[in-house]
Design a binder for this molecule. Sequence first.
Ligand SMILES: [Zn+2]
Length: 197
Amino acid sequence: MLQHLPNTEVELLWGTWFQSKGTSEAYEWFRPKGEQRYWPKFVWKGYIPPKYSFTTWQAILGRLPTRDRLKFLDINRVCPLCNMEPESTSHIFFKCRKSRVTWGKIKAWLGVSRPLTTIQSAIKWMARENFGSAITKRAKWVALAATVSLIWKARNLLVFHSIVFDPNHLVFEIKRVTCTVLYSLYPEDSVVMALGC
Ligand SMILES: [Zn+2]
């Protein structure tokens, strides 16, 4: 049915199908089952903007329409960011050299030295090593969800609108989003002291 359409158009339709589900239907679709029950409390936090929780949750469940999941479509499966390796959730968010540059700068900003390899391992580590001020702790959770979501958003802007993926711009946006959330929770001076934003 879709074979006659250009590749990017097919991919856009597929992406739109995911997004077309309303919040309640999507919730049922993404309802945690089995061991997935561990993750929601770290992803769906009241102070994390829901759109970032939602994309992070889709990524954890492996339900973002990455190109490795579109095997039934005759499309290019290579990661659009690096054009070197097949695109998958684990590749695009952590292994891809373009996203690694982004994580490197965000980690340096938040004082995280540990290598991050998957969203799940990042969550486990952050839950275990939950030290520092309340502002810093919350900043890490917001930044994790914002980084995953904004990498995905930037990937889509590149695929569908040919907008160049720029890690430096992405880092700026992630910091801006994280600082905006924290300014809504804490006095400005405290946020500036803790995060320099
Ligand atoms: Zn890549």
